[in-house]
Design a protein around this ligand. Structure first.
Ligand SMILES: [Mn+2]
Length: 328
């Protein structure tokens, strides 16, 4: 059994009552979609459909064909006020991070709630927020909600939620992965999560990927405990990458010798560079925030425009890792 505090159960009851109250429910995911935002979104959709079959549940966004072996089919929803409606934002905070933010800008819904593990504020004007930075994935929160409320769990919901937990917890290895994660994962497995499909598909490597990763590892910089790499559009093109989303690979720089942090710079278009910060203990969020971004303690992001700032950011990271003892 998983013990859930009275305070948390109170939030669960409030979420449930908002779902019961509204006929139409619309669930959002964030831009640059990942397994957690899509898994939370589709997990929640399936949970509501199974437990409240009289509701209309819509998923909006653009899954960008990530995880093509899962059926992330979005709904068409007209841009107009939707009567008797509730929007649920999962795994995201600011509207600029949301796919289809226009619905929220135009106040298409009666109410908005947010379920998220990013420790940031939001601009959603939400009537209820459940923010739990300790959770390795928003999908773990959705799973706990379903478990706590005694909801029925079908195989589709279990598969989507497991995808979210498995990917955001880096295959159940982050330090935020706890006994609670494993308890909820076991509940998902028990209820038909297609774990073998997910494990098999995610273990696949393509020759193209191997070549790209080799290139990165041959050209990365290592200095003062920080690993960094800048992937220019020119170099991406040389390697046959046509979409910068596929170039962004911070994991290739991870856990090399005793280095403390790593940062991956991806040129997405001229004058737009994505910075992905990671660490095994240092607070990379401090550096991300300084450069206009945000995120988690050990995984953060920012956008910059000028490649001349790259050495400055790397130097900031070299400074930040000196504070690592504060977080042990
Ligand atoms: Mn997430």
């Amino acid at each position: 059994m998983l013990k859930i505090s009275d305070e948390k159960m109170e939030i669960f009851y409030q979420i449930r009552s908002k779902i019961i109250k509204h006929k139409n429910i619309v669930i959002f995911h964030h831009i640059r979609p990942d397994g957690d935002c899509l898994g939370s979104q589709f997990g929640m959709k399936n949970l509501i459909e199974v437990n409240y079959p009289e509701k209309n549940v819509y998923v909006v966004g653009d899954p960008k064909d990530v995880y093509p072996y899962l059926n992330f089919k979005m709904d068409d929803l007209p841009y107009e006020k939707l009567e008797d409606s509730l929007a649920i934002i999962v795994d995201a905070n600011y509207k600029e991070r949301l796919e289809c933010r226009k619905y929220l800008d135009d106040n298409c819904f009666d109410e908005v709630i947010r379920i998220d593990h990013h420790p940031n504020d939001d601009d959603l004007n939400a009537s209820l927020r459940w923010v739990e930075p300790e959770a390795p994935a928003a999908a773990q929160q959705v799973t706990e909600l379903a478990y706590g409320l005694g909801w029925k769990l079908n195989s589709a919901a279990a598969t989507y939620l497991y995808l979210g937990i498995y990917t955001d917890s880096v295959r159940l290895t982050t330090n935020t992965t706890t006994y609670k994660t494993m308890f909820l994962v076991s509940w998902l497995w028990e209820n038909g999560a297609q774990k073998d499909l997910l494990h098999g598909e995610m273990a696949k490597r393509s020759l193209e990927d191997i070549k790209i990763n080799n290139y990165i590892q041959q050209n990365m910089q290592i200095k003062n405990g920080v690993v960094s790499f800048f992937f220019s559009l020119e170099d991406q093109a040389k390697l046959g990458i046509d979409d910068p989303l596929k170039a962004n690979r911070p994991f290739v720089l991870s856990s090399i010798d005793d280095n403390k942090a790593w940062v991956f710079f991806t040129e997405e278009k001229p004058g737009q560079i994505r910075c992905e910060f990671r660490s095994n203990g240092a607070c990379v969020r401090n550096v991300a925030v300084k450069w206009g971004g945000g995120g988690h303690h050990r995984a953060s992001g920012a956008q910059i425009s000028d490649p001349k700032n790259i050495p400055l950011i790397v130097r900031d990271l070299e400074e930040e890792i000196k504070n690592i003892a504060e977080y042990k």
